[in-house]
Write a protein that binds this ligand. Sequence first.
Ligand code: NAD
Length: 456
Amino acid sequence: MHFSDLLANQRQYFKAQHTKTLAARKSALQRFKQLLLENEAKIYAAVHADFQKSEHEAFLTEWAILIKDIDEALGALPKWMKAQRVRTNLVNLPGKSYVVPEPLGVCLVIGAWNYPIQLSFAPAIAALAAGNTVILKPSELAANSAQCMAELVEQYFDPQLFTVVLGGVAETTALLQERFDKIFFTGSPAVGRIVYQAAAKHLTPVTLELGGKSPAILTPSADLPTAIKRLVWAKFLNAGQTCIAPDYVFVHESIYLECLGLLQQEIEKNQYKVGNKNYVQIINERNLARLEQLLDKDKIAFGGQIDREKRTISPTLLKDVSFDDAIMQEEIFGPILPLLPYTNFEDALSYIQDHEKPLSAYLFSNDKTEQAAWLGQLSFGGGCINDAIMHITNPNLPFGGVGQSGTGSYHGKAGFDTFSHRKSVFEKPRLFEVPLKYPPYTTTKMGWIKRLLKFS
Ligand code: NAD
């Protein structure tokens, strides 16, 4: 399996300057929008075939978000593409200095399965807006979505600009042998490491959108009914298969039992069933078995029903969970929420700091001191105060992790920047200059240099 021809064709196309102008970028984005508008139903059908995601959720989390991305880029591109003047320092006067954003070249985008369309197409949109060519490798685990994207991209785009490669580990490994100008990966920290190593061979810049355990903290100062409503929605959306879902929740001991009751009520109110389209399946049997393994039956406070045939796990709450339990050792990525009681707020913060920096963190609290401590002490990719997940929906907030949860970010202008190089240019007038840097080096020249650099 060789992809060198594919890359060579895209490189040739890029070199021929076909992708760089504002007109070329706008045309690619308009084409993308047309693809989405003309195939909305087809996209919903594909995502539904993969894990029975409803149209309601698919509209919000897979389709509409992409249309908004494209519209924003179309409107803002002239501004984003503009060279930025910066101040010229004294030594270089007269002259002018500016930073020009330029595309990187041939980009590889590797997608994850949990929001199969959005997580593959959103980086591709950003890459095209930034004037690059794109090879997209969606996740093979959402096979129908991957197939759908491959067909649509083939139908709407010149493969020299944008193409899809289908496949799993073997195909991705072969792609990673090639020299790309940028690799954008969404997936687990374990595979992120493999991608990073492969990129290092060619010194290719990478963006790694990874995962991990995203903590939530519920304190007595929170408005409990609202907090619980938002927390439940965020956790059980997509059956917990969301990289920024609250993984576990610290609940102050004084409100622990009350919260347990409110959580149950909220789950019941939401009527989570695949049959009524309020819920989705677990992506495959392997993940179902993994989640079953993590579920300590003695600690189930609510839910815990597993239907192997329907490939579902009902929304589940776990109590009396200890830090040593299996469920606390890895990212859950499913509809199981451990509730951990805490006594001191600082202890909860300390636990989080002792573990890998999370992709997201959530604090439900109206206490300004708690808010300041949470914000000041914890390092995490992004998060919310008194909400969960919603930070991802604001394109003005760069989205990405830190440390083990990722490197780099995208969405809105951040996506454009991620797929651009900031080229620094200093422009000198044709003739005039202060000739202090040239030999012969004299004490008079040195005196002037020191005065100019403010050393004397
Ligand atoms: P994954 O790492 O298993 O797979 C991601 C991609 O890597 C797929 O396209 C897959 O084909 C490829 N891949 C798998 N094994 C490989 C190997 N050995 N060599 C090369 N390529 C390989 O992740 P996943 O199961 O698709 O997604 C779940 C993980 O992704 C979770 O950790 C989740 O938190 C994270 N995630 C992060 C974000 C984010 O935006 N930060 C979004 C969604 C998911």
